[in-house]
Design a binder for this molecule. Sequence first.
Ligand code: PLP
Length: 351
Amino acid sequence: VLNFAPGPSPLPLEVLLEVQKELPDWNGTGISVLEMSHRSKDFMGIYYETVKNLRELYGISDEYEVLFVQGGGHMEFAMVPLNFNFYGTGNYLVNGVWSQKAFKEAVKLGSAAEAARVVNRVPRQDEIAMSEEAGYLYYCSNETVNGIQYHYVPQSEAILVSDMSSDFLSKPVDISKYGLIYAGAQKNFGPAGLTVVIVKKDLLGNCSPTTPSMLDYLTYANSESMYNTPPTFAIYVSCLVSRWLLDQGGVQEMQRRSVVKSSMLYDVIDGSAGFYTNKVEKDSRSLMNVVFNLADESLNDEFLAKARERNIVNIKGHRIVGGMRASLYNAVTIEATEKLAEFMKDFKASH
Ligand code: PLP
């Protein structure tokens, strides 16, 4: 099956097979990784390797913590203001479903302002209007539902924060520009249940005293992310994915593949004489989530059914926006994407 799911999304087949092989007996210990104490030497080894591989993949310096949190992107929407309100107003770039949701949560938790609001594209640098006493600038690097991605890094005097859930590890990132980056693992990194937070150490420790311990990043930093029981299985699978990424050539190679894969689909859309449409401005198009509509929406069900006949699954758009969406995360192969492009051309030709 060719799976273009938006999240949870495909994992590399090699990783799944390794999990299968190791599941009943991890590394000759006679027990499964599912049955292991998170504080055991064996599990700590898996944890250390995952952090080390992430540091290597992104070139993360010692000035940053790499934390493993639970609660997904939605909990980060709250943790960011709870940890960073101390620095001043959260300034949000709103250009899609997820940045909007994060902004609303920040409003609930104190002071937040919109520094830009646009649709079908990312805001340009010269459109970013920071509020007085801005503490941090927040943006979502890839709007998963809307198929919109930043191809530049927004700048301001404030601390830079980004939700990279859906383009995590898909291209090189200069971490030193950021105060904090977070990403739910379930798209490009591993199973649902794990959220990776990369945060500059000197920004921690300024939550209000009433902040619950589990919502304070410092709690995680002070306990090797093991203040409570972490999602051990998700960390283990992500560890294998991080090894796979290094073997494949790292984030540079993932970026090369993403360009190849997304171009294939955008070429079909742009060359379809309006049969397929994409509303996103060209320089804001996502390399991860290619959204499109059929000009004749009455063909949607037939399109999905015919795709299924060719083993192409999970290309229905998000319920909020409708249409179609093909997600091209790291584990989606160039060959699978070729088959989807071929199907789209054939479907058009037969109509
Ligand atoms: N941010 C982005 C960019 C997402 O794509 C998603 C989910 O798809 C979220 C946040 C929310 O993540 P979660 O469901 O893990 O809370």
